[in-house]
Every structure is written in structure tokens, then in C-alpha cells.
Design a protein around this ligand. Sequence first.
Ligand code: PLP
Length: 450
Amino acid sequence: IAEKELSKDEVIKAIKENTLFSWNPTEAAANKALVMEKGDGVYFYDINGKKYIDFNSQAMCSNLGHTVPEEVIKAIDDQLRSAAYAYPCAIVTPVKAKLSMLLADIFPGDINHFFYTSGGAESNETAMRMARLFTGRHKILARYRSYHGATLGAMTLTGDPRRWNSEPGASGVVHFMDPYPYSFKWGDNEEEITEMSLKYLRETISYEGPNKIAAIFIESVTGTNGILKPPKGYLEGIRKICDETGILMVCDEVMNGFGRTGQMFGFMNSEGVIPDIVTMAKGINGAYLPLGAVGCRDHVADYFMKNPIGIGSTYNSHPVTLASAYAALQYFLKNGVLDNVQKLEPVLKKHLEELKSRHPTVKGYRSLGLFGTVELQKNSKGEPFVGYNGPAHPAMGQLQEDMVKNGLYTLLRWSSFFTNPPLTINEKELKEGFEILDKCLTNLDKHFEK
Ligand code: PLP
């Protein structure tokens, strides 16, 4: 059976009979799933030849689009033919040296040392281990409006409801609220919001004991919990608190690293902030192969020159994945991908503003770089179709169906959807995506209650 070409129905049947889906109940997820056959630039095609524009870069990760640059294919092919695998505890490869030198160059400050994993969650697990060993402290602070990955430690760091299924989770993690809680405001302007949320953080730290806390984990710009850029002074404030207390500042750049926010890294949207540890994945190689990494500053790395890091796995520093990242980053730099994001940032904003002006169901939007989200409302009181974690609303299901029907793929979450196309998109393609969104929202407007 595996030898013959499968029809869409045969694929879905086998997916139901022989696989399990991540996150969602398998049967319902399989029934709704698109069967991808091939990718092309910012588009992909399903098994029946239907074309979709990718407005979420899959999991905010296919940052260079669906056509793999020739130089990346060649680098992968060359690496497979020369050294396909190397035992990470004892054997190093030239590509590991080259990628590490390149990353040290790309990162600001003295983030000069890198540890390679298989993805974002594992990078956060590694960063937790490093912070605990380095400080000799156990507790870790992370925020409610956050996602850090699905392994036990990373899931415990996560503050959003995805954490609930893995509770009680790992020990020692304490959550705090960020500058933008879901249902109330810390203040009326950025200054007040920063001041109040930092006061609250300081108080949390004093209750927990500053010398018991190893690290504060934050997404530099919050991703799936709402594309939330920290207010002015907030990351700077966390940096200051960390300097005063010896707590390590860990920035999770898994989603917003490598250009997504219009800066090379999300933390670079805040002035002069250099975290002690940075975690990354996704954009490091456009997700062409599974790869994550942890970067750290010299003072943290110094400790691990003489002390074991206490973590490792078979696929750490896999040479083929490293080759893909080295070639993908060279491509990123040589082809001005960051410039493209900066050029299109106002264009994306303009389209979002237009949606807002045309559709009563659009409550608002947030975006920076090519990282955007649209918040929807079901009535003039500003109530969402779906509140925090549900329950589902048929209008949102209909919206998703309309998007698929009209050839646009993106992620919907509660009462919002994302506009995160590949960073290589052009103006014409961006416009095309927004024309589809406009059509779908015209349908959604029928559900608006005045
Ligand atoms: N951290 C952030 C901010 C993420 O958005 C994600 C995934 O979406 C992760 C960590 C986990 O990465 P992975 O799915 O590669 O384990």
C-alpha cells in the first residue's frame, strides 16, 4: 500500500488509523487537516492541487518560505555525503565551528557561546538546567501569557492553558503577570504599565526570595499569546532587577528570533538589553530541519568551561541540521531578508488598519515587523467571540472554513487570528492575502450584533 500514490481520503484514513495528532483530538483534527503536497515560495498546494497563501509561516517558523534555497539544499546534501552524524559528546565538526562563529557575530554583546538542540522546548529545558547550575538556585519565574514548549520543564514554564494538561509539571516554577494581563490594565499609558508591572514583579520576587530564584524567562515579544511588544522600559527594568539580584535573564526567541519582529532578535526592540541566556529554534534555519539552540554570554559560558552542563542528547549538534542553519542564515543575510521585513512592516500595518476600518468585527490589531494579530469582537461592547480559553463559537469555525475555502492558511486562536507570513513575502503577495481576509471578514460581519 505504501508504494502506491494515495488519494486525499486514503491519506486522512491512514492518519486516523495509524497516527496520533499533537495537541488536538486526532479524529477531529484529521478530518479538518489540509493534506500538503508541495510548497512554493509563500504558497503551498494540497493534494488536489488547491493553492494556499501561508499567512502564518506554518508554526511561525517557515520564515524563508516553502521553496528551499538551492544553497541550503546543497549544504544539506554535501553534509549528508561527507559526515552525516557525529557523536556530540566527543566529536565536533567544521560546520559546528562555522555556525557558532556566525551566530556569535550576529548576536549583540557577548552572547558568544552556543549549544545546539532539536527544537525550542529542548532549548528551554537546557536553559533551565544551565540557569539552575550556574546560580545554584532552584526557582524559575515565567509569565502567564506565555508559551515555552511542550516538554515537562518547558510546559511548566508556559503560562497559557496548554500547561494544564501536563500539571502538576516540574517543580520550582512560579508564574507572574506580564504588562498586558488578559482582562485588566496596569495603567493608562506605557509608563504607568511598565512601572506597575515591574513593581508587581519586584514584590513577587521578594515573596519568593531573590536568592532562591535562578532565572526569569520571558518571550522578548510575546507570540501566540497575542503579539505583545513590551512597553517602553519593561525589558530594561527586568534587566536591572536581574543585575541587582543575580537572577539570570532568559529571553525566549524561539518565535521572534531571526527577523520576525523587524529586529534580528525580539529583545533588540528594547534599548541596550542583553539577556544572559537566549533560546532559539524555528527561524534559525527556516524550519527546514529540526534545530534549536541556546546562546549565552561569556560569564555564563565561563562557568561551563570547568563545570558540566548536565544535559545532552543523541541529536544535539546534528551536523546536517547545523549545515542547514549555516546556509539558511547566509541566505538570510545575503538576500536582505531583515530589510524586507522592515520595508513591509508599515505595509502590513496599513492593511491591518484597513481591515479595522472596514469591518465592525475587527476590534483592533497589533503588529511589529511581520508579526501581527487581529482581535475580533462579536458586538459593539467589544466582547470577543471566544473568551480566554473558550468556549468555541461557530462564527470562528466558519471564519476558519472561509479562509481555507478562499485559499489562505493561518492560525486562529480564541477570538483572534495571526498575520505572520514568511519573511520573504513581497507587497503583491501581502495584498493578495489581505484581499482574502477582507472577503472572509465580510462574512464574519454578518455575526456582528449592534
Ligand atoms: N518558545 C516559544 C516562544 C514558542 O513559540 C515555541 C513554539 O511555538 C516554543 C518555545 C517551543 O518550540 P518547539 O515547538 O520547537 O519545541
